[in-house]
Design a protein around this ligand. Structure first.
Ligand code: SF4
Length: 526
């Protein structure tokens, strides 16, 4: 792969000798990093700031890197990539622990959903975090840093900490009382972008995971508020750009260089003008455009949408049903009935789609055995009704995510057995059952609900191989220095347990999460 094979969709400003020097890294390969719209967008914002020079770094390649960068940033969206963050820092001879860095080292920062939800397990590795949307925040950070560029490290960090959305963890020392973390401070706010445009690809390349794709963010956040869902709660409010004046011009820009279009967003069919977007894509002059959609809300799968997808090269569509049990869907606040799922399959088949990918979860708080039976029954019914349809069911284990209503629930220890049960009952009937690894879910939960003490575990586990056994071994080594693995992963935390990310939850957000949690408990008690 070569950077020169990229089609860059923006102009770089002229560079000068006193530019701020930035390394912007993605802790995985180029192929995955360049497929991340979040990474592309931050890179573009930084690269188009006058007076800033950015070099990109991936685990398998990089642009020419500055010897003495001012900033070293990471875009981070997948918890299990954390080991690569530490390896990339080491590869540039930067101490992995923020406390060991001197004025000669760059300020190391991170952004993205994982850090915005709960940066605490990573806090000892970073000088600062960017919380929330980066559109304005990044510009303010580089402007502020330029004002104190020759100052010492502490002065720079103090200056940056004045910006809303910048979190410097070393300024917030934590005390641990028993298992809980205590951090007395007023809540920090995350930034919310309220501009008219959302994001779109800044580069198109054949070397991305979806070769030649041009990605457009159709909506940000999701108004559905399923109670486990980080993509909804962490990014509220739901925002939509106007189709005619904003989205279509943005799409046209990409279609000048490629005919592969990806429409992204947590819930794109919720866009109030989605019909108009489909009309635009269905027009004969766009017959050569191939369109991919991220997951579609089941009850918005219309014949027109399916027919357009078939005409634009899609063979299957993905919908998240979560469960076959309506009771469980009520607990999680998924407003969807089994009749709507059956109807969606009918529409997909009638429109000529050959495959239907369903997503679900097991181990959801409040789940009982009969919920699982209902999932099996629904999938068997779908298969029976549509024998020729390629039906797959991807199933994950519920993982509690910080800053969602289910943040206090642990991972169910019976989830692994439930995955095996589903496999046994679905595969013999020709349903392509795809379970996600239970062990990885346990590690994700540890990272999702960890406090700063977990950083030592993360650092050790990467030398032991980053399997669940490695994490268990690291906990054994550190026995007495932090609570056991089960406390972070499996224990249901009651309302008296102080959350490691409590200082990042505004009062109104905290109250909203508690209210949703109480509503879920009411259904569980029925
Ligand atoms: S519909 Fe999907 S994206 Fe929206 S809240 Fe529910 S799970 Fe999240």
């Amino acid at each position: 792969m070569s950077f020169s094979e990229e089609v860059r969709l923006f102009d770089l400003p002229a560079h000068s000798a006193d530019d701020l020097l930035v390394i912007f890294a993605f802790p995985n390969t180029y192929e995955l990093g360049i497929t991340s719209l979040g990474y592309q967008v931050v890179w573009k914002i930084l690269a188009t700031c006058p007076g800033v020079q950015v070099a990109r770094l991936f685990t398998d390649c990089h642009e020419p890197l500055p010897k003495q960068p001012d900033l070293f940033g990471f875009s981070f969206s997948w918890e299990l990539d954390y080991g690569n963050i530490l390896t990339l820092l080491e590869s540039q001879r930067i101490p992995i622990w923020a406390s060991e860095r001197s004025d000669d080292h760059p300020l190391v920062f991170g952004g993205g959903p994982v850090f915005t939800a709960n940066p605490e397990p990573f806090a000892p590795f970073f000088d600062f975090f960017l919380l929330g949307d980066g559109e304005e925040l990044l510009i303010e950070v580089q402007n502020a840093l330029r004002e104190v560029r020759s100052a010492d490290r502490q002065t720079k960090l103090k200056h940056l900490a004045q910006i809303s959305g910048v979190y410097v963890p070393s300024f917030y020392p934590v005390e641990y009382l028993d298992h809980d973390s205590h951090l007395d401070t007023v809540p920090l706010t995350r930034r919310t972008w309220r501009g008219e445009t959302l994001s779109a690809s800044s580069v198109v390349t054949e070397h991305s995971a979806w070769p030649g794709i041009y990605m457009v963010e159709v909506v940000r956040s999701c108004p559905e508020m399923c109670r486990f869902c980080l993509a909804s709660y962490l990014t509220l409010p739901f925002r939509v750009p106007d189709v005619e004046t904003t989205l279509i011009p943005l799409i046209e820009k990409g279609l000048k260089v490629t005919d592969r279009l990806g429409l992204l967003g947590a819930s794109i069919t919720q866009h109030p003008q989605f019909e108009a977007l489909i009309d635009y894509l269905a027009a004969p002059e766009r017959a050569q455009v191939r369109v991919s959609l991220s997951s579609v809300r089941t009850n918005t799968l219309t014949p027109k949408l399916c027919e357009t997808l078939v005409a634009r090269g899609s063979q299957s569509v993905t919908i998240a049903i979560e469960s076959g049990s309506e009771r469980l869907r009520q607990i999680i606040n998924k407003k969807l009935s089994n009749a709507e799922i059956l109807e969606a399959a009918q529409v997909a088949v009638a429109s000529g789609l050959q495959g239907l990918k369903l997503y679900g979860m097991c181990g959801v708080p409040g789940e009982i055995d009969s919920d699982l039976d209902e999932t099996v029954a629904l999938l068997l019914q779908l298969k029976k009704q549509h024998r020729s349809l390629r039906l797959s069911f991807g199933c994950s284990t519920f993982v509690p995510k910080a800053q969602t209503p289910f943040q206090r629930y642990g991972v169910s220890t019976s989830a692994e057995k439930k995955l095996q049960k589903l496999q046994k009952q679905l595969r013999p009937h020709g349903i392509d059952f795809r379970p996600e690894s239970y062990n990885w879910s346990v590690i994700q939960a540890l990272i999702s609900r960890g406090d700063r003490r977990v950083a030592q575990v993360l650092e050790r586990a990467r030398h032991y191989g980053q399997t669940l056994g490695s994490f268990r071994r690291a906990f054994k080594d550190l026995k007495g220095e932090l609570p056991p693995l089960d406390y972070y992963v499996h224990t249901n935390w009651d309302e008296t347990t102080r959350l490691p990310w409590q200082h990042l939850l505004s009062e109104s957000n905290g109250a909203m999460l508690e209210k949703h949690s109480a509503l879920a408990q009411r259904v569980m008690a029925l």
